[in-house]
Design a protein around this ligand. Structure first.
Ligand SMILES: N[C@@H](CCC(=O)N[C@@H](CS)C(=O)NCC(=O)O)C(=O)O
Length: 193
């Protein structure tokens, strides 16, 4: 049976913008596993009632449900050892952890001005007030104030991504000439906007 993946979507159910869900989606593709994407909207209760988790990604796994994108990646390697590894050794695992921490410390911030209003515009009307309230509380400003100076924000993003740009001038992937989970962590992050 295909794995089910709850994935955050927009009003049209055609656009998927969660950086963490993209990590899981590409991890499933890397492993060549059949999966069914189940579009999920912020606060929809059905998923929490069915899976016990309120945040995505969530996948069906071994008769239960798994959440947390990094834990899902580790689970997929353990559960499907005959499929291509996402993290073939401790070095690949450490690289993925480092890229994850770097995305949090240095990449999500400069992406925020590009992403938050874009997401707000495309989500279903029903969830806009939740999105506005939760994000304005977390960011301590109005959604409309998140982007103040697009030119400076673009420059900050370019600077934040420079270490990766320099590396990818020399090699194709974080681990050399083949993709691993670290690449999907950065790719997913960049899919947010
Ligand atoms: N650390 C978690 C983060 C999951 C997360 O924050 N997911 C967001 C979507 S990007 C979510 O479900 N948000 C629901 C909400 O904001 O109510 C992971 O890596 O899976």
């Amino acid at each position: 049976m295909a794995i089910q993946l709850y994935d955050l979507t927009d009003a049209s159910r055609q656009v998927f913008f969660s950086p963490f869900c993209w990590r899981t989606r590409t991890a499933l593709e890397h492993k060549g596993l059949e999966f069914e994407s189940i579009p999920w909207h912020f606060t929809d209760k059905e998923m929490a009632e069915k899976t016990g988790h309120a945040r995505v990604p969530v996948i069906s796994a071994g008769g239960g449900w798994k959440n947390e994108s990094s834990a899902i990646a580790e689970y997929l390697d353990q559960a499907y050892p005959d499929k291509p590894a996402l993290m073939k050794d401790d070095a690949a695992k450490a690289t993925a952890q480092f890229v994850e921490a770097w995305c949090i410390s240095s990449v999500f911030g400069p992406l925020r001005p590009l992403a938050v209003m874009s997401v707000f515009k495309i989500i279903h009307e029903k969830y806009k007030s939740y999105f506005r309230e939760s994000r304005e509380k977390a960011l301590k400003c109005k959604l409309e104030e998140i982007s103040q100076d697009p030119t400076a924000e673009k420059a900050a993003l370019t600077a934040a991504l420079r270490p990766a740009e320099d590396l990818f001038g020399k090699q194709s992937f974080f681990g050399g000439d083949a993709p691993s989970y670290a690449d999907y962590v950065l790719f997913g992050t960049l899919m947010w906007p």
